[in-house]
Design a protein around this ligand. Structure first.
Ligand code: SF4
Ligand code: FES
Length: 252
């Protein structure tokens, strides 16, 4: 079959042309032909190559059902969770180009090094700091409470790194904490059981923090869980300003 005959995957092509990143940062794309299947995901395509064509292909996944956040890759130029990205929705003229997530170092092939992504969660103090002891009763937080609703809006993050790879501010300023860490900080800032709010707001208010966001919105557009880190960051901007004004009024 000639390349020109390969129409859109959804139009009934029997084979996909898939170019896959091989090697480290100085690697290059390698082309594969993969049989087209009904309801095929991008992760199915990568798995086919690894199992049937080249067992040395490195990639990462765990749950295959959109829960663990480990399978994100760059697909035809955009970051996506590959276990839930259907080929029908993302292939262009029967072609896929699959690479590691952008804005992160490449370990090998499709595996990005996620350390800086998670280190920034720690820098943003994205860890719950309890205000109660094990002897206290369970906290009762009504689902209708405003702060609970704010926290709920961002809590379903699976740490996939899609927003981080999509963010132009991260590309321009590698120190920037990024959408996911800031989204996490905002959920904790609204958790009434947490005792670390002031130190967290200070941690996210520096040059690398929430005020660096230009509200470009790629994070919210591409987040597979339909979260809006942009909205969370706007909340952090308001809250950090309130803390700064409070400190000024207190003469600090
Ligand atoms: Fe992934 Fe969305 Fe969480 Fe970003 S905010 S890490 S895109 S789930
Ligand atoms: Fe777990 Fe894709 S493999 S989210």
């Amino acid at each position: 079959m000639m390349d020109d005959d390969w129409t859109s995957a959804s139009a009934g092509a029997t084979t996909l042309t898939v170019t896959v990143w091989r090697g480290g940062a100085d690697g290059k794309y390698q082309e594969f032909r993969v049989p087209r299947r009904e309801s095929q995901t991008v992760l199915d395509v990568v798995t086919y190559i690894q199992r049937h064509v080249d067992p040395t292909l490195a990639y990462r996944f765990a749950c295959r059902v959109g829960m663990c956040g480990s399978c994100a890759m760059t697909v035809n130029g955009a970051p996506r969770w590959t276990c839930r990205a259907h080929v029908d929705a993302v292939a262009v003229a029967g072609r896929l180009e699959i690479g590691p997530l952008a804005n992160l170092p490449v370990v090998r092939d499709l595996v990005a090094d996620m350390r800086e992504f998670f280190d920034k969660w720690a820098r943003a103090k994205g860890r719950f700091k309890p205000s109660a002891t094990r002897d206290d009763d369970f906290a009762k937080v009504s689902p209708q409470e405003h702060k609970r609703m704010e926290a709920d809006a961002g809590i379903e993050c699976i740490g996939c790194g899609v927003c981080y790879a999509a963010c132009d501010i991260v590309k321009w300023n590698r120190d920037y904490l990024g959408p996911a860490a800031l989204n996490r900080a905002w959920t904790l800032a609204n958790d009434v059981r947490d005792a670390g709010s002031v130190e967290r707001l200070i941690a996210v208010s520096g040059d690398a923090g929430c005020h660096s966001c230009h509200t470009l919105g790629s994070c919210a557009e591409l987040c597979p869980k339909k979260l809006s880190p942009t909205r969370s960051i706007a909340g952090l901007k308001r809250a950090t300003l309130a803390v700064a004004l409070g400190r000024k009024e207190a003469g600090e």
